[in-house]
Design a protein around this ligand. Structure first.
Ligand SMILES: Nc1ncnc2c1ncn2[C@@H]1O[C@H](COP(=O)(O)OP(=O)(O)OP(=O)(O)O)[C@@H](O)[C@H]1O
Ligand SMILES: [Mg+2]
Length: 254
């Protein structure tokens, strides 16, 4: 006697192409920075190296800390935050004002905050080793270096800098660590590309820019300058600071 197959069984035997393609199509990892992921087709690729460029006080530390903190708390991706601009105590105090309790997260082993003191007096190669071993200890998936400029001050000349940049890029890519490094840029620096090797090496460049409105108010705007393999937004977006940190919003000039 012929038995009739359940529709569900048939579906399992013959998966649709859409289902087969799903894993790679959904491979992008959310940054979890409010408002950013929809602008970059859902997020980044694992192992992407992102440069976060911005002027003084544009929000580089807050933005990059949200990348580490939200990744660890919301997505189960432990992170190492290497702070060379602020000592770890002031960083923790400042970020707590945005609701990011780095101290508590560190106790849970989900984040490791490191500052310049730890790396002082050591060569660049061992600096990299210290970061890699910190990532290893917490099985870190994200790394923030704030800032790359300070991190690479040890480079002797531009050839050394170039070599180190490639080394850092290749090592982190091999380890599958998604990385964000901040870089300070002066205002109205129209020649951002071409100044340093880092812009060419990076998979993506995010820009935070301060500007003054017609009503004489200091505001910040955001632009995805480049992101390899991504049909990203090419528009300026408004940036809002609140007690919850930074949020990327649709552009508004008023
Ligand atoms: N609690 C807060 N609420 C709203 N905005 C704040 C708050 N705390 C700081 N800000 C804003 O954030 C800016 C500093 O952000 P952040 O430290 O992330 O910038 P940065 O680009 O890293 O600065 P720097 O060039 O000093 O490294 C301040 O200048 C201020 O405008
Ligand atoms: Mg900063």
């Amino acid at each position: 006697m012929e038995t009739k197959k359940e529709p569900q069984q048939q579906q399992q035997q013959f998966p649709s192409f859409a289902n087969v393609l799903k894993p790679s199509a959904g491979a992008r990892l959310p940054t979890a920075i409010p408002g950013l992921d929809p602008l970059i087709q859902g997020g980044l690729n694992r192992g992407d190296f992102i440069l976060l460029s911005g002027g003084i006080g544009a929000g580089k530390t807050t933005f990059s800390c949200q990348f580490a903190y939200n990744g660890a708390t919301l997505l189960g991706e432990p992170a190492v935050f290497a702070s060379f601009e602020e000592d770890s105590l002031s960083l923790k105090r400042n970020m707590l004002r945005f609701g990011m309790d780095l101290e508590a997260l560190e106790r849970d082993g989900k984040i490791k905050v490191m500052d310049l003191e730890i790396l002082e007096g050591q060569g660049m190669g061992s600096n990299m080793e210290v970061l890699l071993s910190a990532l290893d200890k917490i099985q870190g998936k994200r790394l923030v270096v704030d800032s790359l400029t300070a991190f690479l001050t040890g480079a002797k000349d531009k050839f050394d800098y170039r070599f180190l940049m490639h080394l850092i890029y290749k090592t982190l890519k091999r380890e599958g660590v998604t990385t964000m490094m901040t870089i300070s840029r002066m205002q109205n620096d129209t020649q951002i590309l071409g100044i340093g090797i880092e812009e060419f090496v990076a998979d993506g460049i995010f820009q935070l820019e301060s500007y003054v409105t017609d009503s004489m108010e200091l505001r910040t705007r955001f632009l995805v300058r480049k992101l390899r393999g991504c049909d990203h937004s090419r528009k300026y977006h408004s940036v809002a600071f609140s007690h919850e940190g930074i949020q990327i919003l649709p552009w508004s000039s008023s």
